[in-house]
Design a protein around this ligand. Sequence first.
Ligand SMILES: Nc1ncnc2c1ncn2[C@@H]1O[C@H](COP(=O)(O)OP(=O)(O)OP(=O)(O)O)[C@@H](O)[C@H]1O
Ligand SMILES: [Mg+2]
Length: 378
Amino acid sequence: MSSVAFDHVWRRFGPHAAVADLCLDIADGDFLVLLGASGCGKTTSLRMLAGLEEPSEGDIRIDGRVVNHVPPGERDVAMVFQSYALFPHMTVEGNLAFGPRMRRENKTQTREKLAEVASMLGLTPLLSRRPAELSGGQRQRVALGRALLREPKLFLMDEPLSNLDAALRGQMRSEIVALHRRLRITTVYVTHDQVEAMTMATHIAVMFEGRLHQAGSPAAVFDDPSDLRVARFIGAPRMNIVPGKILRAGNDVFLGCLGTHLALGAGLTTATANETPVQVGFRPSDLSFKPPIAGTAGFAGVVEFLEPMGSETFVTLRCGSEAIVARAPGRAPLTIGETVTLYPDCDFLYAFDSTGGQSLINRSRLGQTALAARRIPV
Ligand SMILES: Nc1ncnc2c1ncn2[C@@H]1O[C@H](COP(=O)(O)OP(=O)(O)OP(=O)(O)O)[C@@H](O)[C@H]1O
Ligand SMILES: [Mg+2]
C-alpha cells in the first residue's frame, strides 16, 4: 500500500519537454488513470515512477520518500507492459515462477502463492502451456499474474489492453477493476482510451503535450472539465462547442448562442462580464427533443445525418453554420431533412474562455473529490 507524489516533475529530451511541471498526488489505494493522446508524456511519467527514467527536475515520492535516485529494483513496483513480455520458451508456470526464483524466495511459499494467483486469474488449467498456445487475454493475465506475485506496493500498467480485441478488452477491464477492489494496491494505469479511463479509474489525470490539465474523479472530469481541451477529449461523441457570449440580466445569466438565450441552471455561476465572447458547450447526451420544463429555451436544427447504434441514435443537425450532435433514443422517429427543436439541460451548460480555453463556469453543487481538480493555464 502506497501513496505517490509527482512534485513539479520535468523530463526533457534535448530541448523537448516530454513531461512539463507535473504535479500530481495519488492516494493510497487509488486507481489512477493517466489519460491523453499519443505522445503526451504518459509512458515517460510512468517510467519515471518505475525508476526506468530519471526526472530532469522535481521530485517523485513514494510514501513520502523521494525516490529520484532509487533504482527500479528497490522501489517495490511491478510494471505490466502493452507487449506482455513473456518468455516464449517457458510454460505459464515457468513464467510466473521466474521472478520469485530470481529473488530467491522460499519455494514452498512461492508454490502456494503461485497457485493462489493462478486460481484468482483463471490460469490454473493453463499452467503447463507456453505463451504461443494462449489467447491474447490469457497472455495478458499471465503478465498480470507475474506482477501480482511480487505483491508490489505499486502496480504500474502501460496500455496493457491495447493488443486485445474489443470483447476481450471489456472483459479484462472488469477483471482488473475487480482485482483492484480486492487487493487495493495503488495502481497507475496509462491509456489513451477514455472508455477505459472512465470505467476503471477512481481518479483520472488528463495530459496534453506533457502537461497535466486536470486531475479528478471520472465524474469531475466529465461533468466539470477544467478547460476546452479536456471537455473535447472526454466523452463520445464529443461535446458540442459553438461560439456565443455571456448575457447578464439582473441576477440571471444566459449563454447567447445559436440565435437563442440558454439560462444557466441554479447551481451554476460565472464571474464573466456581460457581453464577453465565449465558447459555449453542451454534450450530445444533455440535449433533449422536448422542453424539460415549459418555457425552456431551445434552438432549431435540420436533421442532416443519423447514426443508429441500436439502443441509441446519434443525430447530426445543421443549425445555421454549426453542426450539432444530439443523442436520441434508439427508435426515435427522425427523418433526414426534418426540422426539430433541441433543448440543452441547463445544469450541464459550459462556457470556455474564447482565447485560453479555461472553464468560466463554477459548479457549486459538485462535491470536492479526494484528488482536488487542479486548474492550470492552458
Ligand atoms: N528516449 C526518448 N528520447 C527522445 N524523445 C523521447 C524519448 N522518449 C519519449 N520521447 C518523446 O517524449 C514525448 C512523450 O513520449 P511518451 O512515450 O511519454 O508518450 P505517450 O503519452 O506514452 O504516447 P503513446 O500513447 O504514443 O505511447 C514524445 O514526444 C516522445 O517522442
Ligand atoms: Mg506510451
